[in-house]
Ligand binder design. Structure first.
Ligand code: NAD
Ligand code: ZN
Length: 367
C-alpha cells in the first residue's frame, strides 16, 4: 500500500507492506539516481535488517559513501554527544549536498538521523526505514526530528520531512512483543481521535495486528499513516489540528517524566495509560460517558497494554509531582496546558482552561 503525504513541494510517499526492505533498491534508485547514500542504524537493528537493505541497494546500483554507521540502541542515543559524533563521521567522509541519509531503525534512529539531515550542510535529503511499529505508524511520518537534552525530551529539533518512508511490516517480526504493544497504543490513538469505525475494527482485529498477521498489520499501519498524513497535510507545524495527535500524551508524558524515561514504562505504555486518563477527564467534565472510558480500557486490557498505574512495577506515583510535570510540558502556552479531550470515541478536540482540580482528581483516582 502507498500513502501520500501531501505537502506541495515537500510531498512524499509512505510505502507499506511486507518485504519493503527487500524492494528498497527499486524504490530508492529512481528517486535519487547516482547520489551517494549513508545508512545509519543501531546495533540491535543492524544484525537483523541491515544485510537485506544493503543487498537491495547494491543490486539496484545505489552508490554508497562508506559502510553503515551503527549507533548504540536506546533513547540515550538521542543526545548532543551522539549527534556530534554522527556529524563528525559524516563530514569526515566528505559528504556533499547531494548525499542522502537513510535512517534504518526505530524512532530514536529516525529522530536523530532526521535532525542530522536537517542541519548538515543546511539540509540533506533523508529516507526513513522504520523498523518498530511506533516508528511505522507515528515517528517516521510528519517531519518532526530532534534530540533530548538534560532539560527534557525532544526540546531541540526541527521540522524536516523525509523524501520517502519505507514501512516494512515483515521487519516487525523481530520486534519484542512489549514494543509491538507499545506501538499499537499509537495505532489505537488514531481511532480514538477521529475514527470510531477504525477503533471498532481494532476491537475485532487488534489481537491479530499485535500477533503480526500480515493482512491485519498492513491495514493497521496503512490506516494509521493515512490518518497522520491527513493531519500533517493540514497542519505541518502544529499550529492547530496536529495537536490532536497529542491525545493521551499530556498525561503520558508526565508519567514518563515521573518514571525517568527508563524501561519500566515505554512511551506507548504511558500513552495507553494517558489515553485512559484523557477519557476519565472527559467523563468527569461531562463530555462523554464513563462507559466510553471503560470501553477504551477494556480494549487495552484485551491486548495486554497496562490500564492502571499499579501495573507499572517499581514506581511510587505522586499526584503533585505528576501535576508539576504536566505544567512543564512543551505544549504549555501562557502557563496553560492544552488538553486533548473527547466527546466520545473518535471525537477528540483540544481544550484549554481545564480546571486543575479536575485534572488532580483524575490523577488521584489513578494513583
Ligand atoms: P527505539 O528506536 O528505541 O526502538 C525500540 C527498541 O527496539 C530499540 O532497542 C531498537 O534497537 C529495537 N528495534 C528496532 N527495530 C527492531 C526490530 N525490527 N527488531 C528488533 N528490535 C528492534 O524506540 P521507538 O519506540 O521506535 O521510538 C521512540 C522514540 O521515537 C522516542 O525517542 C520518541 O521521542 C520518538 N518519537 C518521535 C515522534 C516524531 O514525530 N518524530 C513521534 C513519536 C515518538
Ligand atoms: Zn506518542
Amino acid at each position: 500500500d502507498i500513502v501520500r503525504v501531501d505537502l506541495s513541494e515537500r510531498s512524499y510517499d509512505i510505502v507499506i507492506g511486507p518485504g519493503a526492505i527487500k524492494q528498497a533498491g527499486a524504490r530508492i534508485a529512481p528517486l535519487i539516481g547516482r547520489r551517494p547514500v549513508i545508512i545509519v542504524t543501531d546495533d540491535t537493528v543492524a544484525p537483523l535488517h541491515l544485510p537485506s537493505l544493503e543487498a537491495a541497494l547494491e543490486s539496484a546500483g545505489v552508490r554508497r559513501n562508506g559502510p553503515a554507521i551503527i549507533l548504540p540502541a536506546g533513547e540515550k542515543t538521542k543526545s548532543f554527544a551522539h549527534l556530534e559524533a554522527l556529524l563528525d563521521e559524516m563530514l569526515g567522509r566528505g559528504i556533499e549536498r547531494s548525499t542522502v541519509l537513510i535512517a534504518l531503525g526505530g524512532g530514536v534512529v529516525g529522530d536523530l538521523v532526521g535532525f542530522a539531515a536537517a542541519i548538515s550542510l543546511r539540509g540533506l535529503d533523508f529516507i526513513q526505514i522504520p523498523t518498530t511499529l511506533l516508528a511505522q505508524v507515528d515517528s517516521s511520518v510528519g517531519g518532526k526530528t530532534g534530540i533530548n537534552t538534560r532539560q527534557g525530551k525532544n526540546l531541540v529539533g526541527s521540522f524536516h520531512q523525509p523524501r520517502l518512508v519505507l514501512a516494512d511490516t515483515s521487519a516487525l517480526a523481530t520486534l519484542p512483543r512489549r514494543h509491538v504493544l507499545a506501538g499499537y497504543a499509537e495505532v489505537v490513538k488514531y481511532g480514538l481521535i477521529d475514527d470510531l469505525d477504525f477503533f471498532e475494527w481494532l476491537e475485532q482485529h487488534g489481537t491479530a495486528v499485535c500477533a503480526g498477521d500480515t493482512e491485519a498489520l498492513v491495514r493497521a499501519v496503512t490506516v494509521s499513516c493515512a490518518a497522520k498524513a491527513a493531519i500533517v497535510g493540514q497542519d505541518e507545524r502544529e499550529s492547530g489540528r496536529r495537536a490532536l495527535l497529542n491525545f493521551g500524551h499530556t498525561f503520558g508524558h508526565a508519567l514518563e517524566a515521573a518514571v525517568g524515561y527508563d524501561n519500566r514504562l515505554l512511551h506507548g505504555e504511558a500513552v495507553a495509560l494517558g489515553m485512559g486518563m484523557a477519557f476519565d477527564l472527559s467523563a468527569r467534565l461531562g463530555l462523554c460517558t464513563g462507559q466510553e472510558a471503560i470501553r477504551v480500557r477494556r480494549h487495552f486490557e484485551a491486548i495486554g497494554l497496562p490500564t492502571k498505574l499499579g501495573q507499572v512495577e517499581g514506581v511510587e506515583w505522586d499526584t503533585v509531582e505528576l501535576l508539576g510535570h504536566m505544567a512543564k510540558d512543551k505544549k504549555v502556552q501562557d502557563g496553560k496546558i492544552t488538553f486533548v479531550l473527547a466527546r466520545g470515541i473518535g471525537r477528540a478536540f483540544t481544550a484549554r482552561d481545564i480546571d486543575s482540580a479536575e485534572v488532580a482528581a483524575v490523577l488521584d483516582a489513578a494513583v
